[in-house]
Design a protein around this ligand. Structure first.
Ligand SMILES: [Mg+2]
Length: 172
């Protein structure tokens, strides 16, 4: 059996923050860009309460943009590895359903059904995870998917977008 590569969703394949910035602009008029968030927990923005509110609203996770290049690259990786999405649910009742529908829309139903939605990624088995959370602590390799909010993490593996799969090849 091929080795399992875990894949975080938000900030890795789904552009959660892009959607958050659109909502903030619509509701407050403030224009934010990805470079403005350098603290993973939003400690650097006055909009933190609004961001947390958006995070827990029903519907938030259903219509996120795909991060550039993710669909083609992930489907290529699936030919070689057992790629499984591993994502944490937000508090809204519909979050898990929205995430699976999003995966079915942009990938396929198998991929959506296999996805692991969990509050504890350390209990999941895998050889590595592609992740944007700089504070992740798991007993397998972490490949940081570069974002403005994770540059504080010093690690062995970092990928700068879906145009470069070499860090994955080095781990797997
Ligand atoms: Mg994430």
């Amino acid at each position: 059996m091929s080795e399992r590569l875990l894949l975080d969703m938000d900030g890795v394949i789904a552009d959660f923050m892009g959607s958050v910035y659109r909502t903030i602009e619509a509701e407050t008029g403030d224009k934010l860009i990805h470079a403005d968030t350098v603290d993973y927990w939003f400690g650097d923005t006055e909009h933190k309460p609004l961001i947390l509110d958006i995070m827990h609203r029903e519907g938030t996770y259903r219509h996120l943009d795909v991060i550039t290049g993710a669909v083609g690259a992930v489907n290529r990786l699936r030919e070689q590895y057992d790629v499984v999405v591993c994502t944490q649910p937000a508090q809204s009742k519909t979050c898990e359903t929205e995430k699976r529908e999003w995966l079915a829309e942009h990938f396929d139903t198998d991929f959506a059904e296999q996805a692991i939605v969990t509050r504890d990624k350390s209990k999941v088995l895998g050889k590595a995870i592609i992740e944007d959370n700089p504070y992740i602590d798991v007993p397998y390799e972490v490949i940081m998917f570069d974002q403005a909010w994770n540059r504080n993490r010093i690690g062995k593996y970092r990928m700068f977008g879906w145009h470069d799969l070499r860090p994955i090849r080095r781990v797997m």
